[in-house]
Design a protein around this ligand. Structure first.
Ligand code: GRF
Length: 200
């Protein structure tokens, strides 16, 4: 069974969707802990309600280096295979990424490289795109940039408002993240430049 650490900063709906898929046995994974950089992240309560261990990373008091050291210690102690970012709003340092290269995955609510950064759904909405979507990618040193593991497009319906688009985007995220991790846990990855191939 593959062991994950999930990093959040907010609501944690992606984390909860992954936790449900682990509980149902659909995803052959174990969540060792859910960590947040914010003590007020609502997702921490959600994780506790699901009986998952939680950790608060001391970004505020002690800065990024100390927070990442604490995270690395937890990862080693818990034998974590994959670090799963799910709405984690901090950029990980180059040295942290280097130490855990190829083992950190992120979800972003746009078809990268369009609309990186915060509020990607809002950016796409304001731009007036007819198609948006979700990207799952490996994390490298740059924000929302690493090799793409999965992308799925979502047409913006001519009749819908921003809220409806956001809801449909989150539904897609919740399905695609679990599906992609499932493949990731079963396969060995090979790389052709930035292109990622899943070998069974
Ligand atoms: C998601 O849209 C995710 O793609 C982005 O931040 C949002 C987090 O939502 N990185 P939640 O905390 O999982 O509900």
């Amino acid at each position: 069974m593959t062991t994950m650490a999930i990093l959040i900063s907010g609501r944690g709906s992606n984390m909860m969707a992954l936790a449900e898929r682990c509980t149902s046995g659909d995803l052959d994974g174990r969540i060792a802990f859910v960590a947040s950089d914010r003590s007020d992240a609502p997702g921490l309560d959600g994780a506790r309600r699901m009986g998952l261990p939680t950790a608060l990373l001391p970004y505020g008091e002690r800065g990024r280096m100390a927070a990442e050291e604490a995270l690395s210690d937890l990862i080693t102690r818990e034998g974590v295979d994959w670090i799963v970012l799910a709405g984690f709003m901090r950029l990980l340092s180059p040295s942290f990424v280097d130490s855990h290269r190829g083992r950190i995955v992120n979800i972003h609510p746009s078809l990268l490289p369009s609309f990186p950064g915060v509020d990607a759904i809002g950016q796409a909405w304001e731009y007036g795109v007819a198609v948006t979507g979700v990207t799952i990618h490996l994390v490298d040193e740059k924000m929302d940039h690493g090799p793409i593991l999965a992308q799925e497009a979502l047409p913006v319906l001519p009749t819908e408002g921003r809220q409806s688009l956001e809801e449909r985007m989150h539904q897609l995220e919740h399905r695609l993240y679990g599906d992609t991790l499932k493949r990731l846990f079963r396969c060995r990855l090979t790389f052709e430049g930035r292109r990622v191939l899943f070998d069974n």
